[in-house]
Design a protein around this ligand. Structure first.
Ligand SMILES: C[S@@+](CC[C@H](N)C(=O)[O-])C[C@H]1O[C@@H](n2cnc3c(N)ncnc32)[C@H](O)[C@@H]1O
Length: 301
């Protein structure tokens, strides 16, 4: 079944506007997150001359975060361009429940949580492993007036998904934004399939599929049911091959926060049918990147 053109082609590849570029990521070997800049950002936002206009306005909090990224230090946010692709998708899918894997300082949580609320949805779960980053997300969500929608969940994504499911707080995912540890995209998707959280109608948006790239994830969501069944029966690794090169983010998480545990045993549900497509865009620094948008369109017999 073809995915409706409107879902996949709603955003065209526009040119990058250099005037809004974030400062570049630090040189190789230098920290580009978790070096105090996340708390510095909080001081920047709360000490902003326009703080009274920022209070209660997700758009103005996002503007202040972008200003920090442009004028102070690089932040690994989804940014305005790729963010618009996903925010438009939220407006179209109208999820009641949206989940993000990897919240960092809350840029995507504010942008998409606001879009979920505007579309009539009720909950945006932001799953973030680092408790300090989680505290920043919660603080900025509160400042933006989004605490009723955005729920920050601290811990590794796989543990949080299992706990939310078992305690009855999460029984279906309408839209999921994947933006955390790159090797965990496939294993976490399979976990969600296994728990029946992903079913026909679920839409996935995966960030950074060009920079740094995520070949195992792309292969999985673009595979036919036949291929997935074959791979599941032949014990093929679920694609979360920890030896795969995923770029500096994965290396930096490992160096600063320890090795991530990836469950390579999960088979997921190979019978789910996906329609998937890359939408090209840019990192907030102007580097080309893309978002893979995948819709679960059916369940094969
Ligand atoms: C690229 S940043 C997320 C950016 C955010 N989505 C945005 O656009 O504003 C990735 C985040 O994922 C978090 N992370 C990495 N591995 C994780 C895991 N297994 N579970 C939850 N969060 C994780 C990191 O701590 C980091 O804050």
């Amino acid at each position: 079944m073809e995915m409706p053109a409107s879902t996949l082609d709603s955003v065209k590849h526009a040119a990058f506007d250099e005037t809004k570029a974030y400062v570049q990521q630090e040189e190789k070997g230098q920290a580009f997150f978790d070096d105090g800049r996340e708390i510095e950002l909080l001081h920047f936002v709360y000490g902003h001359p326009s703080i009274e206009e920022i209070r209660g306005s997700p758009e103005n909090v996002l503007k202040a975060i972008d200003e920090y990224g442009r004028t102070k230090k690089y932040l690994m946010n989804v940014g305005a361009d790729k963010g618009k692709i996903v925010a438009d998708l939220v407006a179209e899918v109208k999820p009641q429940v949206m989940v993000e894997l990897g919240g960092y300082i809350g840029y995507s949580a504010l942008l998409f949580g606001n879009a979920v609320r505007k579309a009539g949805g009720k909950r945006y779960f932001s799953l973030e492993r680092n408790p300090e980053f989680g505290a920043v997300i919660a603080s900025l969500a509160d400042l933006a007036g989004l605490s009723d929608v955005v729920k920050v969940v601290i811990g590794s994504s796989a543990d949080s998904i299992k706990r939310l499911h078992s305690q009855g707080s999460l029984d279906h995912i309408d839209l999921m934004f994947l933006d955390h540890y790159k090797p965990a995209y496939t294993s976490d998707l399979k976990l969600c399939e296994h728990l029946n959280l992903v079913t026909p109608g679920t839409v996935l948006a995966a960030d950074n599929v060009i920079k740094p790239g995520n070949p195992p994830y792309l292969e999985y969501v673009r595979s036919s049911v036949e291929k997935k069944r074959k791979d599941a029966s032949t014990d093929k690794s679920n694609g979360a091959d920890v030896k795969t090169e995923f770029g500096r983010n994965a290396d930096m998480y490992k160096a600063r926060e320890g090795e991530e545990k990836i469950n390579t045993e999960l088979k997921g549900n190979p019978n789910l049918v996906y329609e998937s497509k890359l939408v090209n865009s840019y990192e907030p620094t102007g580097e080309p990147d893309g978002v893979e948008i995948t819709k679960c369109t059916g369940l094969a017999e």
